[in-house]
Ligand binder design. Structure first.
Ligand code: GRG
Length: 296
């Protein structure tokens, strides 16, 4: 499989659907729709929506059936980036290679754009009920899953601990909590969402959940490593921010080489979790390898 070509083709499908599912940029009040679109189309890798579709495919479903949910997950991810970049949080000027939302639209509109992306996401999840005959009970289950992943038991919980804990007080269990919630929760929800919507069995769902948990860890460790030794041009943001903001990371605790090995182990564990699946899970396998080989 030419993974890179596949990823591009799949993310182009997501982009086309996002454009269709979002209010047009000239809908009143224009500025909010333009700000939402600005951050959304600034050039993300689309890993999470692609995972929703790939999980559906792995269990024998049609990936196009889950595309509103895939877009919803990307909206939530983008909202979290917009808010994370705000002056009250990380105060970052660049994201996805472009000035951050608040630098372009001002803080008030950036806050509202994040809120609007999050709200729109749940509307899109509900839309799955009328989309390609997904049974409503599966949609309700997914809404519950995604709300948990985005809330205090997920992204927000991780962000709170990350924001309020002094770096010098972060021990390994706290670091793992932050990563599992801030990053892992949305990966887990993405994979589970795709699988649930197309009717995965309990055995398939638990295998895919393990895959997502290992994948989320590998992704975050690689993200930490790229902040130490990545190329800002390729990443679309400055490097060294973890050190500057005195954030505890995997390289900080164990050094870059040990962190790299830990990420590789997590990828192997992710791939091993997929042993019950046939070739339809090959994209998930390749994606796990990509997560630690990527340089952006
Ligand atoms: C609820 C405000 C709020 C935040 C939640 C997710 C999060 C916590 C903050 C976002 C910032 C951050 C560093 C998150 C960790 C996950 C991560 C490395 C995100 C970047 O993901 P990529 O590389 O981004 O997939 P693209 O731009 O490719 O989509």
């Amino acid at each position: 499989m030419d993974f890179w070509r596949e990823l591009k083709a799949r993310s182009a499908l997501v982009d086309e659907a996002l454009d269709r599912f979002l209010p047009p940029p000239d809908a009143y009040p224009e500025v909010i729709h333009q700000a939402m679109r600005y951050s959304l189309f600034a050039g993300g890798k689309r890993l999470r929506p692609v995972l929703v579709m790939a999980a559906a495919e792995a269990v024998g479903g049609d990936p196009m059936r889950v595309i509103p949910a895939a877009c919803a997950i990307e909206l939530i991810h983008t909202y979290s980036l917009v808010h994370d970049d705000l002056p009250a949080m990380d105060n970052d000027d660049f994201r996805r290679g472009k000035p951050t939302c608040h630098r372009v639209y001002g803080e008030a509109v950036a806050i509202l754009a994040g809120d609007a992306l999050l709200t729109h996401a749940f509307g899109l999840l509900a839309k799955n009920a009328g989309y390609c005959q997904v049974p409503p009970e599966r949609v309700v289950q997914v809404i519950e899953e995604v709300a948990a992943a985005a809330g205090t038991a997920g992204l927000i919980g991780g962000q709170v601990v990350d924001t309020l804990t002094e770096a010098s007080r972060v021990d390994m269990p706290t670091l793992e909590y932050i990563h599992r919630h801030k990053t892992g929760a949305l990966y887990r929800a993405a994979v589970r969402t795709g699988a649930i919507l197309v009717g995965a069995t309990g055995e398939q769902l638990s295998a895919l959940t393990k895959y997502a948990e290992h994948l989320g860890l590998a992704f975050q460790i690689q993200d930490d490593i790229l902040d130490v030794e990545g190329d800002p041009l390729k990443l679309g943001k400055p490097v060294g921010s973890d050190l500057r903001n005195r954030k505890a990371t995997y390289p900080f605790f164990m050094g870059v080489e040990a962190a790299r090995n830990r990420a590789r182990e997590a990828v192997e564990a992710a791939i091993a979790s997929l042993e019950i699946f046939d070739g339809r899970a090959d994209f998930l396998r390749e994606l796990a390898r990509f997560v630690v080989e990527r340089d952006f």
